[in-house]
Write a protein that binds this ligand. Structure first.
Ligand SMILES: NC(=O)c1ccc[n+]([C@@H]2O[C@H](COP(=O)([O-])OP(=O)(O)OC[C@H]3O[C@@H](n4cnc5c(N)ncnc54)[C@H](OP(=O)(O)O)[C@@H]3O)[C@@H](O)[C@H]2O)c1
Length: 160
């Protein structure tokens, strides 16, 4: 299996989503996500894909994990393992973009090499969470503090 990245933003209490959306609007984090994933393979669950209709723009190659069918050029896979096998044959780095179950499965795989995590310094309510990562991604390779849109947040780059 080719090594892959996870990319996510979570609150201090590891919330990533609420009612099918992000619990915040942070332009700098959105820009970071868009810039990191441009030109790359983005693997995500069906709900994420349906909320991000422009996933295939800027040279991204989306792979959607779903039991549903989607018209080409969207690539679909019935499991995360199948999605990663498909992704391995495509050019570009592989980014796992969520949601919850996809992150939970991906983080436990040995191919999960790097985590780009934006920690939003707030405790927020939500219905989707990011898995506990500190025992898995133990090496911090970059950290940048920032703020905007009424929030303080830290961009972390972590490796196994
Ligand atoms: N903050 C962040 O970084 C971040 C990132 C991503 C998402 N989010 C938030 O998370 C929420 C969306 O994520 P979600 O967890 O609800 O849904 P999701 O993972 O995007 O989509 C769930 C669907 O994907 C398919 N699926 C997911 N995992 C699968 C697996 N292991 N095997 C087979 N199929 C699988 C199933 O599709 P079918 O029903 O079609 O079979 C499932 O119903 C939103 O609130 C979004 O804003 C936040």
């Amino acid at each position: 299996m080719r090594p892959f990245n996870l990319i996510a933003a979570c609150s201090e209490n590891r919330v990533i989503g609420r009612d099918g959306r992000l619990p915040w609007r942070i332009a700098e984090d959105r820009d970071f996500f868009m810039q990191k994933t441009a030109g790359q393979v983005v693997v995500m669950g069906r709900i994420c894909y349906e909320a991000w209709s422009s996933a295939g723009e800027d040279g991204r190659r989306p792979v959607v994990v779903t039991s549903h069918a989607f018209p080409p050029p969207i690539r679909v896979a019935g499991s995360l393992t199948a999605a990663l096998e498909l992704a391995a044959g495509l050019p570009g780095e592989i980014f796992i973009c969520g949601g919850q179950r996809i992150f939970e499965e991906a983080i436990a795989m040995p191919g999960a090499a790097r985590l780009y995590l934006t920690v939003v310094h707030a405790v927020v309510s939500g219905d989707r969470t990011f898995p506990e990562w500190t025992d898995i991604f133990t090496r911090e390779v970059a950290r940048r503090e920032s703020s905007g849109d009424g929030a303080r947040y830290t961009f972390l780059t972590l490796e196994r």
